[in-house]
Design a binder for this molecule. Structure first.
Ligand SMILES: [Zn+2]
Length: 199
């Protein structure tokens, strides 16, 4: 019995993709693929134009609310503080046991500030560089991307980490401007050309 050939019978499900330019749902075989971007036939000319100018912004980006971003940053703060607390307690307990009181002074005045600075920088740069999101952002379902929606990578993640200090130094105004921006950009997002989106 050869007539039950599943390959011949299975209907080819028309895969639907979203045009990054106009946001319309289009069958996959009707779009033009530009790297990771799917573009419908109507949008192809304008898309190519924008790509050439570097002014392309995908319709499919859903910008994360300021509240959600604030919650993610707070959660990261708690996580980092918790790790520091555990590490700090362990190190001081070990030193206390071995009676190295002098080392404890050195540790708290010199080594600790260096350790905590390097640790928080490492945490932010590693997670946003590799995944586009720190654990706090992951928990809130948001991530940082380039304006095109492409991943940041370690280089831009490092730059963006240092740019956050600029937002902090402006008495937090660098953060508050996100409320008034239609793409919810902070000052460091503007500096780095990044956006924070819902995943
Ligand atoms: Zn389109």
């Amino acid at each position: 019995m050869q007539q039950d050939n599943p390959q011949a019978q299975a209907p080819v499900a028309a895969r639907i993709v979203t045009c990054v330019e106009c946001g319309r749902q289009v069958p996959a075989d009707e779009v033009i693929q530009f790297g990771e971007y799917s573009v419908c036939a109507d949008c192809k000319p304008v898309f190519q134009q924008k790509l050439a100018e570097g002014s392309f912004r995908p319709m499919t980006l859903a910008f994360a609310s300021v509240g959600r971003r604030f919650a993610a940053v707070s959660l990261d703060g708690v996580l980092i503080w918790f790790v520091f607390f555990i590490v700090g307690i362990s190190v001081f307990a070990a030193l206390g046991k071995s009676g190295l009181a002098a080392s404890m002074v050195t540790l708290s005045t010199i080594a600790w500030p260096i350790f905590s600075t390097v640790m928080s920088a490492g945490y932010m740069i590693f997670f946003t560089g590799k995944y586009g999101a720190t654990p706090g952002k992951m928990a809130l379902g948001i991530k940082v991307v380039r304006a095109t929606g492409a991943p940041m990578g370690y280089g831009l993640a490092t730059g963006r980490y240092f740019a956050t200090f600029v937002s902090s130094m402006t008495l937090g105004i660098g953060y508050l401007i996100a409320f008034f921006d239609e793409e919810k950009r902070t000052l460091h997002d503007r500096i780095c050309g990044t956006r924070v989106i819902r995943t």
